[in-house]
Design a protein around this ligand. Structure first.
Ligand code: NAD
Length: 280
């Protein structure tokens, strides 16, 4: 293998160690409240991992479980209570929500200074204006940290992002643009993505299509960031075919052990920031 491995596990561990020290020196324990609706298997695992990681660095968590058939107004009223509770520093609503719920109205109800997922339009709007938001979504924030370990100066780089979701592709495109990259954002309807990625200095794959990106998709010396989490023959794999690209790329994140651990570390970072913001 010639590509440098960008180890998200090691970076996330060092971030968590620093957070643990900072939290231990605070007069009170920062608190993260998590709202989980229904019994989606993947969401259960993500929430469990978040709670475990928070416990591990001394953050308090509260899990609010609501039944699948919860009504919009009851969920909104829970958000209102959490907004009003001074003990609650950060609020996240685990996505996806059941179809009968209006996700946008629910996210928009969270006080932007408690919106540690960074999905509220105040936070996304500030990011768009190149103004410092209260919070930036954890996955794109983690991706930026990973890229900067191998490419500290991003100015003028050509970046192609595969996937245009609200939680990954779009905020990441803005973050990269704010660092003076030339960003191409692609999605399911984009034609000939391969022709675009072949010219990219950095490719970020965040589409949820197992092993989509192959050796002939990339140029020599490209930096590859794999956000995808897919199940392939009983194992977890990414959107980039690691074995196919590892001799051609300059650097690559593994799956698992790349973006995933950084997403959790950035959520914990945001929760500490929320506490500090509310105790200024
Ligand atoms: P999403 O379904 O909301 O969005 C997927 C995006 O990819 C859409 O813009 C869609 O148009 C695009 N897309 C789908 N198929 C495509 C194709 N064949 N070619 C080009 N574009 C295509 O998904 P999401 O929530 O952004 O997640 C994407 C992937 O990242 C999933 O595998 C998810 O599990 C993973 N993910 C990982 C983390 C992490 O922490 N590692 C965090 C969030 C999401």
């Amino acid at each position: 293998m010639t590509a440098k491995l960008i180890d998200g596990k090691v970076l996330a561990q060092s971030i968590r160690d620093k957070l643990r020290q900072e939290i231990a020196s605070l007069p009170a324990v920062p608190q993260l409240d998590i709202v989980l609706v229904g019994n989606d298997d993947a969401s259960e695992i993500y929430v469990r991992n978040k709670i475990k990681a928070a416990d591990n660095i001394g953050l308090k968590t509260n899990l609010h479980r609501l039944p699948e058939e919860v009504e919009q107004r009851d969920l909104l009223s829970l958000i209102d209570n959490l907004n009003a509770d001074p003990q609650v520093n950060g609020i996240i609503v685990q996505l996806p929500l059941p179809e009968h719920l209006d996700m946008h109205q629910i996210i928009n109800r969270i006080n932007p200074i408690k919106d540690v997922d960074g999905f509220h339009p105040v936070n996304t709007g500030m990011l768009q204006n190149d103004e410092k938001p209260y919070f930036i979504a954890a996955t794109p924030l983690g991706v930026m940290r990973l890229i900067q370990t191998v490419c500290p100066d991003l100015s003028g780089k050509n970046v192609v992002i595969i996937g245009a979701s609200l939680i990954v592709g779009r905020p990441l495109a803005t973050l990269l643009l704010n660092k003076e990259c030339t960003v191409t954002i692609t999605h399911i309807h984009t034609k000939n993505i391969k022709e675009l990625t072949q010219k990219a200095d950095i490719v970020v794959a965040a589409c949820g299509v197992a092993n989509l990106v192959q050796e002939q998709w990339i140029k020599d010396g490209a930096i590859l960031i794999d956000v995808g989490i897919n199940r392939c023959e009983g194992k977890i794999c990414g959107d980039i075919d690691f074995d196919s690209v590892k001799e051609k790329a300059a650097a690559i994140t593994p799956v698992p052990g790349g973006v995933g651990p950084m997403t959790i570390a950035m959520l914990l970072h945001n929760t500490l920031e929320a506490y500090l913001l509310q105790h200024k």
